[in-house]
Design a protein around this ligand. Structure first.
Ligand SMILES: C[S@@+](CC[C@H](N)C(=O)[O-])C[C@H]1O[C@@H](n2cnc3c(N)ncnc32)[C@H](O)[C@@H]1O
Length: 252
C-alpha cells in the first residue's frame, strides 16, 4: 500500500494531535446539535455500507455501527484515528479504520458504499475537487453523500469574515466579507493549537459537487428547537440564524 500523501489540511490536523478529541467530545454545538441532527437526517442506516470520511474521534462511526450500519472510517489524523480504533474495539464494534488523505482513498474499491458521510470536514480539506472525486468513486450509482458544514453564508474568520455581537435572544452574526474564499490558521473554539480553516462560497461548493458528478437532492438548514435552546443556551442563536448547512448529494 502507498503511504498517505500530505497536504496543508492533513499536516495541520495531524499537528492538532489529541486536542481535537477533547474539544469534539465537550463541544456543545457538536454533541447537542450537529451530531444528533445529522444522525436523524441520515434516517434508518441498518445494513447500509457507510464511509465516515474525516471521522475524527469516530463518534459518528460508532453510533452508525451501533445502529446496524457496516461502517468504514477514514481520517488523516493519526491521533484521532488511533483513538477511534481503540474506542470501537472497547465498545465491541466492528469498524474498519484507514489513515488517508480524503483526496486519495486508495484500497477502497469503486462503488463499494451506499452512503458517504462528511461531517464538518469539507470546509477543512485543501483539495475539495479531489475529495469529491474520491467520494463519488467509492459510492454506488444512486448512492448518497451527506455533508454538514459551517454555513458558507458566513465566513468563520471572526476577524475578517464574521462578527458576533449581543447575547442570548439578541445575539447577532455580522457578515463582514463573504466573497473571498481563503484559508487562515486559528485555534478551534476553546482550543489552543492553530488549525487551517477555509471559507468557500455557496456557489463554489455547488459547482464542485456538480463537477464531481453529484446532483444535489436536498439541502437542510437545521434549526434548534425551543427545547434544545432552553436546555443549552449556546444553541439559542440557531433558533434564528442557520449556522450550519447540510447537503444530500446523489451520485448520478
Ligand atoms: C472538524 S473535524 C470533524 C470530525 C468528525 N467528522 C466530526 O464531525 O466529529 C475535521 C476532521 O477532518 C479531518 N481532515 C481534515 N482534512 C482532511 C483530509 N484532507 N483528509 C482526511 N481527513 C481530513 C481532520 O483530521 C478532522 O478529524
Amino acid at each position: 500500500m502507498p503511504d498517505m500523501q500530505h497536504d496543508s489540511s492533513t499536516l495541520s490536523w495531524n499537528a492538532m494531535g489529541e486536542e481535537w478529541l477533547t474539544l469534539a467530545q465537550t463541544g456543545e454545538s457538536r454533541m447537542r446539535f450537529i451530531m444528533p441532527h445529522m444522525l436523524r437526517y441520515m434516517g434508518d442506516v441498518r445494513g447500509l455500507r457507510i464511509l465516515d470520511l474525516g471521522c475524527g474521534e469516530g463518534g459518528y462511526a460508532r453510533k452508525l455501527a451501533a445502529a446496524g450500519a457496516i461502517v468504514t472510517a477514514v481520517d488523516c489524523s493519526e491521533a484521532a484515528l488511533a483513538y477511534a480504533q481503540r474506542q470501537a474495539s472497547a465498545e465491541g464494534l466492528d469498524i474498519a479504520h484507514h489513515l488517508r488523505n480524503s483526496n486519495d482513498l486508495f484500497g477502497l474499491a469503486d462503488a463499494s458504499f451506499d452512503v458517504v458521510l462528511s461531517s464538518m470536514m469539507l470546509m477543512d480539506v485543501e483539495d475539495l475537487a479531489g475529495t469529491l472525486r474520491e467520494a463519488a468513486r467509492v459510492l454506488e450509482p444512486g448512492g448518497r453523500m451527506l455533508v454538514s458544514m459551517l454555513h458558507p453564508c458566513f465566513d468563520g474568520n471572526h476577524e475578517t469574515g464574521i462578527g458576533r455581537q449581543g447575547a442570548g435572544e439578541t445575539r447577532e452574526v455580522v457578515v463582514k466579507n463573504y466573497f473571498e474564499p481563503r484559508a487562515w490558521s486559528a485555534p478551534l473554539p476553546n482550543g489552543s493549537t492553530p488549525v487551517i480553516w477555509r471559507h468557500r462560497t455557496l456557489s463554489e461548493y455547488v459547482k464542485a459537487f456538480l463537477a464531481a458528478g453529484f446532483v444535489i437532492s436536498d439541502m437542510h438548514e437545521p434549526r434548534a428547537t425551543a427545547e434544545e435552546a432552553a436546555a443549552f443556551p449556546s444553541l439559542t442563536m440557531i433558533r434564528r440564524i442557520p449556522l450550519f448547512l447540510y447537503w444530500e448529494l446523489m451520485k448520478c
